[in-house]
Design a protein around this ligand. Structure first.
Ligand SMILES: *Cc1c(COP(=O)(O)O)cnc(C)c1O
Length: 489
């Protein structure tokens, strides 16, 4: 590849006076700008790069080829479920009929879009065992906040002013305590046992001292270690018994799809990350959608607007005054493009195949885990669900860290797993293969991971110096986060 073109900014390729176009002057007259009002004119020309057309095309084409996504290679990033994103979903989302809709359009003119909306609400309710869904929140974390606001509205409504605490396991994703805090709750941490699941004895102690102050407990299942929380029925009994509600963080819904339903386990409020479980490419922080579902009785608190069926069977947008509704939690209807992709994805799977997603994702994760646990440290033995965590290489004497292994994987054409999360272990490496990866792909990944372990033993400097084949080597992550340079100076 031409280094000159992709190592530079487009501004650095600029040559004064160069143009990217030429038009015949007998066809296109020079526009006389003196006819424009001076208030419309720039004082100076815009500072645009001056490049010839081919330089521009090559520059951006080469940049696009530097991007690594699920369409380039295996992408075992845990926790985020960056999964299969069928191209047909993109085509549907980009179609003129949907893309040109305006959120203020009268309902009679967008019945099709409202039907998509309504059907996704219904499908999610069926898949999760919840009574009703809102699709308005725009991300998982936004769903958490909305869900906790519903819980708060419920407690306020019932005069439970003393319920100021939310119980969250120590294995939780960081957004859980953050959402609880933003909603005005105090976070109480419940410990995990050695097998990675919630320590119910510790929970009982917390309930014994703080029971009447507990507003809710938030749980992820399978949890962020990829372990199924088999204690949920008992936990739900304990929390309900002391007057609290159960919140389900649905970011890991993938392995349960069509197999088990949070509504049946005793959860009262939950969110789904459509961009994770239902196929929207979401690198770099977006786009997302975090629908919130509630059990019967809590739907009165759901935010507006809502899409409802009217007496004639048409679909209507209700923004009106629901006495107890939270009101708006974002603009208009949330992220319609993501909702549309989820609909297309669910229709493509159908009832028949949606039940296979969870078992296959689980099988793939266990296959990788069992194939590598002799060379990578497995802190929690046993069957995992869709993802699992290694605590770095088994042989710690080489000094090769999880970060080094992650960087070396890039040299072999793989995206790195999630590293240094969850925080329960020092060298966390969280691996998640999705349900639709072939056995050949998994076998190749396993052999590369074994090769890196061997390199770590025989030539540790090679791994520590990785990546060697990428356009950019190791970036200073901390500096990039703390002193980002976002403009060309
Ligand atoms: C991703 C994730 C979240 C947050 O969801 P966003 O859509 O990124 O806001 C919450 N909990 C868990 C377990 C997650 O993996």
């Amino acid at each position: 590849m031409n280094n000159r073109l992709y190592n530079k900014l487009i501004f650095e390729l600029s040559v004064e006076g160069r143009k990217g176009y030429s038009l015949p002057s007998d066809e296109f007259e020079e526009y006389d700008i003196s006819s424009l009002s001076p208030t419309l004119l720039r004082a100076e020309d815009a500072a645009l790069p001056e490049c010839d057309e081919l330089t521009v095309v090559r520059h951006y084409t080469n940049h696009s080829a530097n991007n690594f996504g699920v369409n380039n290679g295996f992408y075992p990033l845990g926790s985020c479920t960056m999964k299969y994103n069928p191209v047909i979903n993109e085509e549907i989302a980009a179609s003129r009929e949907f893309a040109n809709l305006h959120p203020l359009q009268p309902a009679e003119t967008c019945q099709g879009a409202l039907e998509v909306y309504y059907c996704v609400q219904e499908m999610l309710a069926q898949l999760t065992g919840m009574h009703e869904f809102t699709l308005n929140p725009c991300a998982g974390a936004h769903g958490e906040l909305t869900g906790l606001m519903i819980i708060k509205a419920y407690h306020d409504h019932h005069g439970n002013k003393e319920r100021t605490k939310v119980v969250i396991p120590d294995s939780a994703h960081g957004t859980n305590p953050a959402s609880a805090a933003i909603c005005g709750y105090n976070v109480v941490e419940v410990k995990s046992k050695a097998d990675g699941t919630v320590d119910i004895d510790h929970l009982k102690e917390l309930i014994a001292t703080d029971g009447n102050e507990i507003a809710a407990m938030m749980m992820t299942n399978p949890n962020t270690l990829g372990i199924f929380e088999y204690g949920i029925p008992e936990i739900a009994r304990l929390i309900h018994g002391c007057g609290g509600l159960m919140y389900y963080d649905g970011a890991n819904l993938n392995p349960m799809l069509g197999v088990a339903r949070p509504g049946d386990m005793g959860f009262d409020v939950m969110h789904v990350n459509l961009h994770k479980t239902f196929s929207t490419p979401h690198g770099g922080g977006g786009p997302g959608s975090g629908p919130v579902g509630v059990r019967k009785g809590l739907e009165i608190y759901l935010p507006t607007p809502r899409v409802v069926v009217d007496a004639e069977g048409g679909l209507r947008i209700e923004t009106g005054d629901y006495e107890k509704s939270l009101g708006s939690v974002g603009c208009f209807f949330g992220n319609f493009g993501v909702i549309l992709r989820a609909y297309a994805y669910l229709l493509t799977l159908g009832k028949q195949h949606v039940c296979e997603v969870g078992p296959l994702a689980t099988l793939n994760a266990n296959y990788i885990k069992e194939s590598l646990k002799d060379v990578y440290e497995l802190p929690i033995e046993g069957v995992c669900k869709h993802e699992f965590v290694f605590d770095g290489l088994k042989d710690k004497s080489t000094g090769v860290t999880t970060m080094d292994v992650a960087k070396r994987l890039l040299d072999y054409g793989y995206h790195a797993p999630t590293v240094y999360f969850p925080l329960l272990f020092h060298e966390s490496m969280m691996i998640e293969p999705t349900e639709n990866e072939s056995k050949q792909t998994l076998d190749e990944f396993i052999s590369v991971m074994r090769k890196i372990a061997e390199e770590a033993a025989t030539n540790p400097e090679l791994v520590k110096g990785a990546p060697h084949n990428t356009p950019i080597g190791r970036v200073d992550d901390v500096k990039a986060a703390k002193e980002p340079v976002l403009v060309f100076l």
